[in-house]
Design a protein around this ligand. Structure first.
Ligand code: HEC
Length: 137
């Protein structure tokens, strides 16, 4: 099989898996709105903002999991980061869809229990949230 076939195949599969939606398609304004309703009780996403129950999410996209200085994470997040979890858009979308399953997979601990235990069922909403987080400069 020629070398270029595999990458092309992979990206075609990715597009199918995401329902044809491309990375980075979320609307940051929509995302801010969802963030304010669903995340703000536990997270701020502002530069130098305080932590709440959860860590400050400013700059979380492409940050290693469990590494915001000064925040005391559950061990499973730290382990996931050590295992190489860097929060890509797709990771955040998968995490928000099912934090428990995602964390169990990434930490290798089948008993992991995130304090964040709800789901953002619609992928489009999750992508919008990521777009908002990315837009925070
Ligand atoms: C009930 C509180 C709560 C809510 C609501 C909540 N989170 Fe969290 N979140 C946490 C806690 C606590 C952690 C830290 C994990 C730990 O150690 O328990 C966390 C961790 C995270 C992380 C990993 C951060 C890192 O530095 O590795 C991301 C990303 C995240 N939350 C995104 C979100 C988003 C987006 C929303 C809204 C859709 C949200 N969370 C809603 C409590 C919450």
């Amino acid at each position: 099989m020629p070398r270029f076939v595999l990458p092309v195949l992979m990206s075609a599969l990715m597009v199918m898996a995401t329902g044809g939606r491309a990375l980075g398609d979320g609307d940051p304004e929509v995302g801010r709105n969802i963030f304010d309703r669903k995340c703000k009780s536990c997270h701020i996403a502002e530069k130098d903002g305080p932590k709440r129950r959860g860590p400050n999410l400013f700059g979380v996209v492409d940050r290693k999991a469990g590494t915001l200085e000064g925040f005391k994470y559950e061990e499973d997040y730290v382990v996931a980061g050590k295992n190489g979890l860097i929060w890509s858009e797709n990771d955040i979308v998968a995490y928000l869809n099912n934090p428990k399953a995602f964390l169990r997979e990434k930490s290798g601990n089948p008993k992991a229990r995130p304090r964040m235990a709800f789901r953002i069922a619609f992928e489009q909403d999750a992508r919008a949230i990521v777009a908002y987080l990315r837009s925070q400069k």
